[in-house]
Design a protein around this ligand. Structure first.
Ligand code: PLP
Length: 407
């Protein structure tokens, strides 16, 4: 049996038609297939590889930590330098009220922890989320995602959840003193890159403050420069009560976090003690990698390149089959008439078939391929969320391939 057959046989599957690409190596913005093909990576492991794959400073930090220790104790007991230093670096780049970091293993776990925090801190039970929002696949996170198709098969889920219309001013009237928290994506990701219109985030912030409801912003995709600023909320001139981080947080290693004021976070220390527990959360190697990635992201100035590259993509993604391009930074949804049209384009980008490309070449030779994907709640939209380090040449080549694949 080859690797692909073993993958299908021995790994739990999540779809009847996985991409099943076998990648041998990943470097910067390129994936190298086991079959010798090269792919320009336009999705970065779904908004994870903001600094590209295997950045030398991240690899060096991982190696250094490997020589010190791996797992030594459950979260929250030992003073582990990688956690402490990364929390300090993160909070140095956040507003003063966001100065206590709880590290988890994943984005969904950060969502779970933040919901528990909100219930304890407010003594309320209601949770408000938004239609077409995605927050993860664990049962709590699943309860608040905003699409019935994805939730329904797993009922019963968490009670006392209200889903409101995102970016809709009258909906805000439903936020009352019953709600422990409102959880919102700063820009809706899986809805196909949908930012709120001017004033809405500020109105949401105001309503939460008036009702004593915690505002939890999910920046698991919008964080770490994706939108052209370090944090998405900076575009809206507001500060959340709790910030959710994941994906690029670990520099390619698994890591999530929720960040809040220390007074809020301290609810987990008492009645019951150990109010939120994780064995591996804030793994030292993940924290070392994440800290090196954030330092490099800031020192090397990649966030400043985002809007130019966004414009370049937008100027080149033109074809009668492309109905619209929605973008918010180096993050875009290329909209087609239907899922079938979109999937056809994705498949041709990946195989080169039907576009005259053989996909046999290397980047320096003529024929790379392009890896992209669709969105969970916008399956007619092609996902572009590349490493922020993508070069102008790669952007041009990738757009050329996408436009050819539209034919
Ligand atoms: N929140 C958002 C906005 C996400 O995009 C995701 C994952 O795609 C999550 C939460 C869940 O993160 P994880 O898959 O690490 O659990």
């Amino acid at each position: 049996m080859n690797q692909r057959e073993l993958f299908l046989r021995h790994l739990g599957q999540t779809s009847a038609a996985p991409m099943a690409l076998e990648i041998q190596k990943a470097e910067a913005c390129t994936l190298f297939g086991a079959d010798g093909k090269e792919y320009i990576d336009l999705i970065g492991g779904i908004s994870v590889a903001n600094l590209g794959h295997r950045h030398p400073k991240v690899i060096a930090a991982i190696r250094e930590q490997l020589d010190a220790y791996l797992h030594i104790m459950v979260y929250g007991e030992f003073v582990e330098a990688p956690q402490v230093q990364y929390a300090q670096l993160l909070t140095r780049h956040l507003p003063a009220s966001l100065h206590s970091v709880y590290f988890t293993n994943s984005g969904a776990e950060a969502v779970e922890g933040a919901m528990k925090l909100a219930k304890r801190a407010t003594n309320r039970t209601g949770i408000i989320a938004f239609k077409n929002s995605y927050h993860g696949s664990t049962q709590g996170a699943l309860s608040i995602i905003g699409d019935e198709y994805w939730r329904n098969a797993y009922r019963p889920l968490l009670p006392d959840i209200l889903h409101l219309e995102y970016n809709h001013f009258p909906s805000l009237d439903h936020i009352t003193e019953n709600a422990a928290c409102v959880i919102a994506e700063t820009v809706q990701a899986e809805a196909g890159v949908k930012p709120p219109s001017p004033g809405w985030m500020q109105a949401l912030r105001k309503k939460c403050t008036e009702t004593g409801t915690l505002l939890i912003l999910d920046e698991i995709q919008t964080g770490f420069g994706r939108t052209g600023k370090l944090w998405g909320f900076e575009h809206f001139d507001i500060v959340p009560d709790v910030l959710l981080l994941g994906k690029a947080l670990g520099g390619g290693m698994p890591l999530g976090a929720f960040v809040a004021d220390k007074k809020l976070m301290d609810v987990f220390t008492d009645n019951p003690v150990l109010g939120h527990i994780t064995t591996f959360g804030g793994h030292p190697v993940s924290c070392a990698a994440g800290m090196a990635a954030l330092k490099a992201l800031l020192e090397e100035g990649w966030i400043d390149t985002v809007s130019k590259k966004e414009e370049l993509f937008r100027s080149l993604l033109r074809h009668p089959k492309i109905k619209a391009v929605r973008s918010f930074g180096l993050w875009m949804a290329v909209e087609f008439e239907s899922f079938d049209v979109c999937k056809g384009v994705i498949d041709r980008c990946l195989s080169g078939k039907g576009s005259g490309r053989k996909g046999s070449g290397r980047l320096e030779r003529p024929d790379p391929l392009v890896l992209t994907d669709w969105f969970l709640f916008a399956s007619n939209c092609l996902r572009i969320s590349p490493p922020l380090i993508i070069s102008a040449e790669q952007v041009k080549k990738a757009c050329e391939i996408i436009v050819e694949a539209c034919e």
